[in-house]
Design a protein around this ligand. Structure first.
Ligand SMILES: [Zn+2]
Length: 233
């Protein structure tokens, strides 16, 4: 069967060559989504090995967190910008799982994240999720969960305000202290546990701060945060 299909695969590859989702160069056999060059060029933050880092600083004095980490630095000219754009707006859920898995390997090797019990993706408002068809943070969480071998929980948090943080930063800042942006349901599932809250990009941290505070107000648990990207502007 393989022998018969191989020429077809060759032909299809000629017509539609698989290219790197970050730089657009053709992928060679064995490479998946991102070429080896781009993979080795990921601007890793290494935040997961240090409790005091620029991501954690964003939350100091605002919410009590165990650890905060991002996988890579994200600049306007970054080739990883392409990946994040495809993940968020082009239906490429597979990119979230792929990067989440890579990130999860680093997190699982860090003693700072050794006590994580469950992983929770930052929820989207149901209307936005219906429009996009998926929650990109959930796809990232799935990848992290695979590498860390921890369960993902998606039925404990609910987002009640329909707004995009990126485009409504100021409004989100104002909502920080507003109650009910997030609701916690089935709170007993989080009680006494160490929760890893996952999101795609860390910019001001306002949304994650609101979310973590909403959980801590309702449940006695520990919270750490992991985002794929750390915005540097
Ligand atoms: Zn590449």
């Amino acid at each position: 069967m393989k022998k018969i299909l191989a020429p077809f695969k060759y032909f299809i590859d000629l017509l539609y060559p698989q290219v790197c989702d970050a730089c657009g160069n053709p992928l060679v056999d064995g490479e998946q989504l991102v070429c080896s060059y781009c993979r080795y060029e990921i601007p890793l933050t290494n935040f997961w090995n240090s409790p005091d880092n620029p991501a954690a600083e964003l939350f100091l004095g605002k919410v009590e967190l165990e650890q905060v980490s991002s996988f890579f630095y994200f600049t306007k000219s970054s080739r990883y910008r392409q990946l994040m754009h495809k993940l968020k707006y082009k239906g490429r859920k597979d990119i979230g799982v792929f990067l989440g898995r890579l990130y999860g390997k680093y997190l699982s090797e860090s003693s700072l994240y050794g006590s994580i019990d469950v992983i929770i993706p930052l929820p989207l408002h149901p209307k936005r999720q219906a429009k996009r068809g998926y929650n990109q943070s959930e796809e990232i969480a799935k990848g992290i969960g695979m590498s860390m071998e921890k369960p993902i929980i998606t039925d404990v948090l609910q987002r009640n305000v329909y707004a995009e943080t990126q485009t409504n930063k100021n409004r989100m800042e104002r909502w920080k202290n507003v109650e009910n942006v997030f609701s916690v349901i089935n709170r007993e599932r989080l009680s006494g546990r160490h929760v890893l809250l996952v999101d795609d990009i860390l910019t001001t941290g306002a949304t994650l701060e609101t979310c973590a505070n909403a959980i801590l107000k309702e449940v006695s648990c520990k919270i750490s945060i992991a985002t794929l990207a750390f915005a540097v502007y």
